[in-house]
Design a protein around this ligand. Structure first.
Ligand code: TMP
Ligand code: ZN
Length: 417
């Protein structure tokens, strides 16, 4: 049994907060029932019924964690084939290369040190560290650990838990560096992960993780970052509550430009706490991230976002124009399904990820093609589903705009550029 799931259950609902155990929640937003955002379909499966699960966002009044309480079995979400390939996103590869350099510079002292990554995907980050220390990637997706292994990064295909940590400890010893980027939000039993980190981390070690910041979600970000894989939407405030339950301390924090804005949190055992931690907690308090009113405002904003975007797309189609989707990120599927966008609005979507090409979007059933198809179709508008890379993409596709083409940025307020 993994993360409390019986093998056969696809889904469960919990009634208590995964950080503090509280049960006093404010319901922020109900996005309806949807298939998992990465459940792209093969052509022959289009007529079969899809698994759909509630997507509802809550705020815990006790510890401040924003979270989903409807949990899809990780086996359904991540087991076997996982389509998210880090190396397909150039900006992300660059980001992780820089991060790897920083980790080596600041924390790696000897070739014998162990750097371990939880959910290391195709080995993009550890590949950059492997000549400087021992590395180990723990990722549940078999297709990803195979890729990672091929790049020379020793990899184990498993979910990380306190149990996994004990086994790693026996075989590899303590870790100097533990990294977990964009995975802490995906794990229901996050307390068990921190228990594992506490056991594995050496006394002078550092646990560094990046997770999408809830202040960005309700601010400049988009509601489409809400999907079943993302169970938690962290504030530093809630993380402090979580981490304080272990022999661990947050000693530094910064915002990094990933998925809009993500927290990069530095955790250790005996390190001196920098002033940035207190400053950031104050900033969150000033933003009201610890109170439900800020989330009620967010909910209003999302309803308006939907109304405006659906209206705009429908006007464009009435004028006989062609719209194509740019990028098929997971979040795009929350957006397409919540807005009710189908093949009647978008002829197709292009994406650079080879494993997505030739498949159809879950729920909305729009075909995904390689980027080469984009301009053959002579679109008038490109709906920027991968909006977090807006600057890079608009620069890359300058020729399209020079010829009169326009981009639609769908969130947090729909706009044409
Ligand atoms: P992400 O926001 O989850 O990183 O996903 C971005 C998706 O967009 C990913 O599937 C790759 C795709 N993409 C493109 O198709 N073209 C691009 O130029 C970029 C930057 C991303
Ligand atoms: Zn809580």
């Amino acid at each position: 049994m993994r993360q409390g799931f019986k093998e056969m259950d696809n889904f469960k609902h919990r009634n208590d907060c995964r950080i503090c155990g509280g049960s006093d929640f404010f319901k922020i937003l109900d996005l309806g029932e949807m298939p998992p955002a990465n459940a792209f379909l093969k052509k022959e499966d289009l007529d079969k019924p899809e698994l759909k699960f509630p997507l509802v966002l809550y705020f815990c009044r006790k510890c401040g964690l924003v979270q989903l309480l409807d949990i899809v079995n990780p086996k359904v979400l991540f087991g076997g084939q996982y389509d998210y390939l880090t190396s397909a996103s150039k900006p992300l590869v660059e980001h992780f290369r820089e991060m790897a350099g920083e980790l080596v510079r600041k924390f790696v002292e000897s070739q014998d040190d162990l750097a371990l990554e939880i959910g290391g995907n195709d080995g993009t980050l550890l590949h950059e560290m492997k000549n400087r220390c021992r590395v180990l990637n723990i990722d549940p997706a078999v297709n990803m650990t195979e890729l990672s292994q091929k790049r020379g990064v020793p990899s184990i295909s498993r979910f990380f838990s306190s149990e996994t940590a004990e086994e790693i400890l026996k075989e590899y010893g303590m870790a100097k560096v533990i990294v977990a980027n964009n995975v802490t939000a995906h794990i229901d039993d996050i307390k068990d992960v921190f228990k594992g980190v506490e056991a594995l981390l050496s006394d002078d070690g550092v646990f560094v993780f990046e997770a999408h910041w809830v202040g960005n979600l309700i601010g400049d970000g988009g509601f489409d970052q809400i999907y079943h894989e993302h169970l938690s939407y962290y504030s530093l405030t809630a993380l402090k509550y979580l981490i304080g339950q272990f022999g661990l301390k947050i000693f530094d924090v910064e915002l990094v430009p990933v998925h809009g804005e993500s927290l990069r949190v530095y955790v250790g055992k005996n390190r001196e706490v920098g002033s940035e931690v207190g400053n950031f907690l104050t900033r969150e308090k000033e933003m009201g991230l610890d109170k439900e009113a800020a989330y009620a405002d967010f909910s209003e904003k999302v309803l308006k976002n939907k109304k405006d975007a659906v209206g705009l797309l429908s006007d464009i189609k009435k004028n006989g124009k062609k719209i194509i989707g740019y990028g098929a990120p997971a979040k795009g599927n929350t957006l397409l399904n919540y807005f009710g966008i189908t093949g009647e609005t978008l002829d197709f979507i292009t994406d650079t990820t080879p494993t997505k090409q030739g498949l159809y979007t879950p729920g909305s059933h729009i075909p995904v093609y390689p980027p080469e198809k984009l301009f053959e179709a002579k679109p008038d508008y490109l709906l920027l589903l991968a909006w977090n890379y807006a600057d890079a993409i608009i620069k890359k596709e300058a020729g399209f705009r020079e010829k009169g083409g326009k981009f639609i940025i769908p969130v947090p307020e729909v706009k044409i550029v």
